[in-house]
Design a protein around this ligand. Structure first.
Ligand code: SIN
Ligand code: FE
Length: 291
């Protein structure tokens, strides 16, 4: 399978032509990675000082900025934090402009979620298997119930030298789910309530969230699957940008340092083809309503 769909854009703000927009939405929803080799996020000279792994607090992999402007897991001083916050806000603005310009039909359902900065080299870090993003997975998070909504992520490699972000992209979602679903053990319903009581603001987990987390964990823990499944290695060079539905595209980040990432959530009613959403694919496979 051809996993990348490339676009020759050099600016974050549209208008983008209708043919390009049509190609973008079709590729995105069918599980491709949209690749913008010449779309760079420019780090200003004074921001170069932010290109160090020392900046993250070590408690989390990434520094995050929530849409209200609050920075988390950073360890710099006040001046450095202000610089970091401004750079991340500028990136978020660019990401919103690009996604709104490319997918105007998403406007009603699109929500800007967190922005993250990932200053640590990926290769050589050690994590428990379920937290190890060098293993192929679809994104699903224990504390962030989606109830069928989509997770779309946009990344820019801002490495100051020539180090690419290296990913593996795996098989199509439906193929993965066909293999993995029979092996997934979903948690008892009581677990959803426990999570709700500890993170009430996020709402209740649905059967969809349990299945997606089950697919995430089961795939990561299955070393035979990880070894044997078809995968394509992709190198995203510094100065490039890419975008995909990470709840659909099987992905693994193998190596690289310094990327900025913007997460979006989307209600599936806004999709051109909602039947391609993981929730619809899983509902068809299980014969159940999942949210
Ligand atoms: C991931 O979403 O699994 C990691 C992607 C990255 O940091 O390149
Ligand atoms: Fe991921």
């Amino acid at each position: 399978m051809n996993v990348l769909e490339s676009f020759n854009l050099q600016t974050w703000t549209g208008p983008f032509d209708a043919a390009g927009r049509a190609r973008a939405i079709a590729a995105l929803e069918s599980g491709h990675v949209l690749f913008f080799p010449a779309l760079a996020f420019t780090v200003r000279p004074e921001e170069r000082a932010l290109l160090t792994p020392e900046l993250s607090s070590g408690r989390a992999k990434n520094i995050s900025l929530d849409p209200s402007g609050r920075l988390k897991h950073q360890s710099g001083g006040a001046d450095q934090n202000a610089l970091l916050q401004a750079m991340m806000q500028r990136f978020a603005g660019a990401a919103v402009a690009l996604v709104s310009g490319l997918f105007p039909s998403y406007a009603a359902g699109l929500e800007r979620a967190r922005t993250s900065y990932r200053p640590a080299e990926i290769a050589g870090r050690s994590y428990s298997p379920v937290h190890d993003d060098t293993r192929l997975h679809v994104d699903a998070f224990p504390t962030r119930p989606m109830r069928g909504r989509r997770i779309m992520r946009l990344f820019s490699n801002i490495h100051p030298g020539d180090l690419p972000r290296v990913w593996n992209v795996g098989e199509p979602f439906a193929d993965m789910a066909g293999t993995m679903l029979p092996k997934v053990r979903t948690p008892p319903a009581i677990q959803s309530w426990i999570n709700f009581l500890t993170h009430p603001a996020n709402g209740l987990r649905s059967p969809y969230d349990n299945l997606m987390l089950g697919l995430h964990d089961t795939a990561k823990l299955d070393t035979d699957y990880q070894r044997a499944t078809t995968k394509t290695e992709i190198k995203f060079p510094p100065g490039s940008t890419w975008l995909c539905y990470t709840d659909q595209v099987m992905h693994a980040a193998l190596s690289g340092q310094f990327v900025l990432e913007q997460t979006f959530h989307l209600g599936i009613e806004a999709m051109a083809e909602p039947q391609r959403a993981p929730i619809r694919v899983l509902e068809k496979m299980t014969g159940r309503t999942l949210a």
